[in-house]
Design a protein around this ligand. Sequence first.
Ligand code: CO8
Length: 271
Amino acid sequence: MSAPDADPKGADPKAKNLRVEIDEAVAIVTVDRPKALNALNSATLDELLDAFNALAADPAVRAIVLTGAGKSFVAGADIAEMVDMSAAEAQAFSARGQRLMLAIQSCPRPVIAAINGSALGGGCGLAMACDILYASDKARFGQPEVNLGVIPGFGGTQRLTRLVGRAMASELILTGRLINAEEALRIGLVCHVFPADALMDAALKAAREIAAKGPQAIAAAKAAIQAGADVPIERACERETLAFANSFATDDQTEGMRAFLDKRPPNFTGR
Ligand code: CO8
């Protein structure tokens, strides 16, 4: 197994492979293993899970930006760690990755992936678990697992299919072809492409916009989007109606609508 890198970084003193910075209500999580192009080994998966669980429980954090240090976003699961795995070890490793992806999806705070470079294999899976995908014009995407004699194991077969449709997902997964940011935009894998030096500013701007809204409405909207993707439209709309009704039990609903009618900015309190 590959060992975590040597120097501890970031807010969590135990985290060796990522940095967590908090800028007012926005958290920036940076996967920081540049020597392996930020590939996800077990230690990094665990650190990310701990970081997302901690951020989800912190009421001061209202939005999260996830990015990679250096020239890569995340170049996949760690091939050096996987090469000698038995099937049972691979199952446990895949389950570890799946837990992280589901924690990001169920985190009440929106997560913006600022995809600065290669997002391949499990790295593409990590990006797709986020709510908003912004790409640098230098980013590359793909599920190249078949080139290694394996298949995606961090949700790639499922999330890519849901995001871009079966035809395109099948071509990408079965050929292992990599695509650039423009093609990712065209097929709906990302929602915007920015010049590399403008990516973080754009992601932070969106995060701050989200952070200024009522947090309960944001969490309910994210949950409704996530839940609706996997159930029939009738049930999904029932869930939306329930969540919509619940938002009328909050102070933020009264404040948001009253502020609109009073022609003033809202003062959301999160209650
Ligand atoms: N794992 C481990 N190390 C990696 C990885 C990786 N995924 N990607 C890059 N590295 C390392 C390289 O080995 C190299 O290390 P060193 O300097 O010690 O030789 C270093 O990072 C730099 O890489 P390159 O020299 O290759 O950099 P280039 O700029 O030439 O190429 C690429 C960049 C195209 C991104 C290239 O590194 C590449 O193809 N990487 C592998 C991409 C890939 O196949 N990703 C999918 C991995 S499989 C996967 O994600 C499955 C997920 C679920 C599995 C769960 C079930 C068990």
